[in-house]
Design a protein around this ligand. Structure first.
Ligand SMILES: [Zn+2]
Length: 322
């Protein structure tokens, strides 16, 4: 049976419910937060309150996207999932090099070593703390349900290894892949890299592509079979209109099973319970209303929020069983 691997265990994909496809629920003190103090999202009680608003608006699940060693804390994610009664998918993988100290192991590990680590986090469990601390390499019972990988301005050798390792881990475990694109760039290159390494593109989701709100670019991306996640709906400035809204409206009929939404709200300033806004329920309240005003039907919204995440983030049959 098809399942999604949440931080508290596997659930039938059909039970995932209304899901945001790219979130940051916890970012603990780390190199990331030293560089960007506003990225610090370390408070369990605040997260439970914010996810409470999301749940009251109909939300049931979130895919977290902070992978190994850049502020991830799987014990906190598990506690929040229990207390807020929201399914959380926890990631393995690695983020952009800029979120790590220059000497971080992610810069020197081989493709094989990276794949082995990702597979261990998917099959056995995620470590309590950063791998930078050798004393803390104790796996918890909380397993990773998605592999998060990223490219920056141009694809580096580190990123090539990372993408190859993610594809190896997916072929072994069936785990879905979530990518970061830098301002929407290099989506076609990411697809080509993953395809070359044998990834199942139906279980690959490219994030932030709506930063390049170009319909022809998206047709090319989506023709490959990958999924996309848009998260700039609340970021456009007055006078810019809402290109994310326009893009959903332009693409939905042609690609009804391939588009998802998220907040990617990796700053305190975006969370109501840290004193900011618009709050994590924005997509289910304001933006869902905006989509309906533009003629997007309820069945299409159900695909964006429920059917498409369930289809994408369920494990595919691994092709290389041991
Ligand atoms: Zn993100």
């Amino acid at each position: 049976m098809s399942f999604v691997r949440t931080v508290l265990g596997d659930i039938p994909a059909a039970q995932l419910g209304v899901c945001y496809a790219h979130e940051h629920i916890i970012i603990d003190p780390s190199f990331t937060t030293l560089q960007n103090p506003d990225f610090m999202l370390d408070d369990v009680a605040v997260a439970v309150a914010e996810l409470g608003d999301f749940r009251r608006a109909g939300g049931r699940a979130m895919v977290d996207s902070m992978p190994c060693d850049c502020g991830r804390n799987v014990t906190k994610l598990a506690a929040i999932s229990r207390l807020a009664d929201v399914h959380i998918v926890a990631p393995t993988g690695l983020h952009l090099a800029k979120y790590y100290e220059p000497s971080h192991w992610g810069n020197s590990c081989s493709e094989t070593e990276l794949a082995a680590l990702f597979i261990a986090e998917i099959e056995t469990g995620i470590a309590v703390e950063d791998y930078a601390n050798p004393a803390s390499r104790r796996p918890t019972s909380h397993r990773a349900g998605v592999i998060k990988i990223a490219t920056g301005q141009k694809i580096s050798l580190r990123e090539e290894r990372l993408f190859a390792a993610a594809a190896v881990a997916q072929r072994k475990t069936g785990c879905p892949i979530l990518t970061h694109t830098e301002q929407g760039a290099l989506a076609l290159e990411q697809i080509e890299l993953l395809r070359r390494h044998g990834a199942d593109l139906r279980h690959v989701c490219l994030s932030h592509t709506d930063r390049k709100p170009d319909v022809a670019y998206h047709r090319e991306i989506l023709a490959s079979g990958v999924k996309v996640e848009f998260d700039s709906a609340f970021r456009w400035k007055p006078g810019q209109g809402n290109p994310t809204l326009d893009l959903v409206v332009a693409l939905m009929e042609e690609f009804p099973t391939q588009i998802m939404l998220g907040m990617d709200a990796a700053r305190r300033g975006y969370w109501r319970h840290y004193g900011g806004g618009p709050g994590l329920d924005f997509l289910l309240t304001t933006f869902a209303g905006n989509l309906k005003e533009r003629g997007v039907m309820d069945a299409v919204l159900a695909g964006i929020f429920t059917g498409n995440p369930a289809g994408t983030f369920q494990f595919c049959p691994g092709t290389e069983k041991s």
